[in-house]
Every structure is written in structure tokens, then in C-alpha cells.
Ligand binder design. Structure first.
Ligand code: ATP
Ligand code: MG
Ligand code: FE
Length: 334
């Protein structure tokens, strides 16, 4: 079975081919246009998807040495994401499936981030917990099977990736901020500055407070020293990163204890963070966890995870139809 996966939920236009459950390639066109705006501009994202979608899909098919006629099913991101961006991928998927008379498989992007763990070995065994940390979401997911997953904790406001990006903007290090903060933090002192952590009940998160606290902290320090940010850039990045990671792990440890699960996975763009990966290894030693960290290219948005999710959904007979519409706020289905 050959599945073509298409991803267009945010600012990456991506396509991948999956043959009998094996990912053959993973083609991604990242939109650099948003850099000059310091964030993703929805209308520009839609236009860039429109421009990139055909070349990206052609490249994926070429790299797999197949044509569209060899594709048996098409998996595409139905949501969550930007409506205009989702429409580009879903419209292509629908027209191709209609022309070829093959099944359509609508995919939940956040479930696909979790299923990125099944692209390559070592694969986690069920049940496991997945900390999904990305630009738009922060979730602790209990995964009982490929298609049976439950969000047991999540951010009530900003996502952790958003906190990275917004604080990076305050530091003036450009967009996307997450990777830049990560790089600066490597040579900084994580304990130099402390920032207040908001603690909300259960396994949920709140990341909007830290952004505000960080803004006022910088403003006050800059009154005393105009060069404060420039003089302390590495320590500021390291301390900020330490705080965000600490907040993530407090709830993750609570979840592991509560669910009595020691298989711990991470997913989403922020799981590319080197400090987070290092901290996960340390906690694993302490608590006897077995941890799963996907390859970098499968952490951020990609279509290999969409094609893989499509593979499991097709096996379960969970296909869609031309009537399905993109769902910007899609939640998990079971
Ligand atoms: P969602 O998946 O919730 O719809 P998204 O698709 O925008 O959101 P991803 O592409 O999975 O999210 O991740 C992008 C986010 O990951 C951005 O916020 C970016 O700053 C962050 N990120 C990427 N690399 C790193 C890193 N090394 N350290 C910290 N954050 C990072
Ligand atoms: Mg992105
Ligand atoms: Fe994503």
C-alpha cells in the first residue's frame, strides 16, 4: 500500500510517501517570508502553500520513483491549524483522491505529532505518555494504542513554543525564537535569573504569565542599564529556557506518577530543544523511565508523521470523504 501524506497546517508545506508502513521520503518547504514579520502571517502562509504544494508533492513522488497513479490513499492534515493553510492541503488531497478514485484519510495534526514515534525504531510500547510541545500546543497525552489517545493535561493559554517565541522577540533575537534561545542558552548560566512560575491545578499548564513577567523584568533592568539585554543575553536565554523546561517537567512527573507509566515520549517542535532533551535523559535516570525522542526532522512539522498516521488509520478503516472540511480547532477523536 502506498500512502501520500500532505501537511499544510501552519507555515510548512510538506509531502511524504509511505510504502507498507515504511517512510520513503520527507519533503518540506519552510516558508521564510514570516521571518520579517516576527510571526506567521496567515494570509501569506496560504499563498505560500498554494505556490509550494504542487512542487513539494512532485518532489516526494519523484524521490519515491512513483507517479500519482501509483498512490493507493491520500492522508492530509484536517486540523488543527490555520483555515486558509489547511484548505490548500485538503483541496489538493480531495481533488487528487476524486480523480484517482482512492480513499482520503483526514488526519489530526496533534495525533500525528505523537505517531511520529512510529516512523523509525526504537518505537515506544503501549501505554506511554507523550509530552507534545509545539508552537500552538502543550499537551500531556496518554497513548494506549495507535489511535487511542487521551489528552490528560494541557495549556490553558499560550503554548510553550509560543512562550519561547514571544520571549525571544523581547530579547530581539529574531524569529523563530525557540531555536535561537536554545543556541544562546548553551553557553549561559541557567540559574543566574529566576522567573515566577504559574502553577495551576491538575496536569494543566499556563505559560502566558511568564511572558509578561519576562517583559517587565527586562523593562526594569533596562532602566538601570540600557545594555542589559546585550550584556546578559546568554544567561537570560539559559534562565528562561530552564524555567520553561522546569515547568514542563513538574507536570510530566506528576502525570507519570498518577498514571503509573514509565514509558515517556516527547513530540512537537519544542522537543527539538537540546536543554529539554538533556533534562529528559536526567529525569529518566532518576525515575527509571524509558524515554523516546524522535529524530529532529520528525519533531517539527512534517508529512512523514501524517503519512504514518494515515497508515494506521487506513488499517483501522478510518477513512473520510469529500464532505469533510478543515477543522482549525480540531480535537482528538477516538
Ligand atoms: P502545532 O503543532 O501546535 O500546530 P506548530 O506546527 O507551529 O504548532 P511545530 O512546527 O511543531 O509547531 O513547532 C514549532 C515551534 O517549535 C516554534 O514555537 C519553535 O520556536 C519551536 N522550536 C523549534 N526548535 C526549537 C528549539 N530548539 N528549542 C525551543 N523551541 C523550538
Ligand atoms: Mg512551523
Ligand atoms: Fe505542529
Amino acid at each position: 500500500t502506498v500512502i501520500l501524506g500532505i501537511e499544510s497546517s501552519c507555515d510548512e508545506t510538506a509531502a511524504a510517501v509511505c510504502k507498507d508502513g515504511q517512510i520513503i521520503n520527507n519533503i518540506i518547504a519552510t516558508q521564510s517570508i514570516h521571518e520579517s514579520y516576527g510571526g506567521v502571517v496567515p494570509e501569506l502562509a496560504s499563498r505560500a502553500h498554494q505556490k509550494n504544494i504542487v512542487p513539494v508533492i512532485s518532489e516526494a513522488l519523484n524521490a519515491a520513483a512513483i507517479t500519482l497513479q501509483d498512490v493507493d490513499a491520500i492522508a492530509y492534515t484536517q486540523g488543527p491549524g490555520l483555515l486558509g493553510a489547511l484548505l490548500v492541503g485538503s483541496s489538493f488531497a480531495k481533488s487528487a483522491a476524486l480523480a484517482l478514485d482512492i480513499p482520503l484519510i483526514p488526519i489530526n495534526h496533534m495525533q500525528a505529532h505523537v505517531l511520529a514515534h512510529f516512523i523509525e525504531d526504537p518505537k515506544p510500547t503501549f501505554p506511554f505518555l507523550c509530552l507534545t510541545v509545539s508552537g500552538g500546543h502543550t499537551q500531556i497525552v496518554r497513548v494506549d494504542d495507535y489511535l487511542t489517545m487521551t489528552v490528560i493535561g494541557q495549556s490553558k493559554d499560550d503554548a510553550v513554543g509560543e512562550a519561547f517565541d514571544k520571549c525571544a522577540k523581547l530579547l530581539g533575537v529574531g524569529y523563530p525564537g525557540g531555536p535561537r534561545v536554545d543556541k544562546l542558552a548553551q553557553t549561559g548560566d541557567p540559574h543566574r535569573f529566576t522567573f515566577p512560575q504559574s502553577d495551576i491545578p491538575d496536569l494543566d499548564y499556563s505559560f502566558s504569565g511568564i511572558k509578561t513577567a519576562f517583559m517587565y523584568f527586562l523593562r526594569d533592568e533596562k532602566r538601570k542599564n540600557e545594555q542589559f539585554i546585550e550584556d546578559n543575553l546568554h544567561d537570560l536565554a539559559a534562565s528562561l529556557q530552564f524555567t520553561l523546561i522546569d515547568m514542563l517537567f513538574k507536570k510530566l512527573k506528576k502525570a507519570a506518577k498518577q498514571e503509573k507509566i514509565k514509558n515517556i515520549a516527547i513530540a512537537g517542535g519544542v522537543s527539538a530543544n537540546s536543554g529539554l532533551r538533556k533534562h529528559l535523559q536526567e529525569e529518566a535516570k532518576k525515575h527509571g523511565w524509558q524515554v523516546f525522542i524522535p529524530k529532529f526532522e520528525f519533531c517539527t512539522d512534517n508529512a512523514a508523521m501524517i503519512a504514518t498516521a494515515g497508515y494506521y488509520q487506513l488499517q483501522a478503516g478510518k477513512t473520510g470523504s469529500l464532505r469533510d472540511s478543515p477543522m482549525p480547532r480540531m480535537s482528538f477523536s477516538t
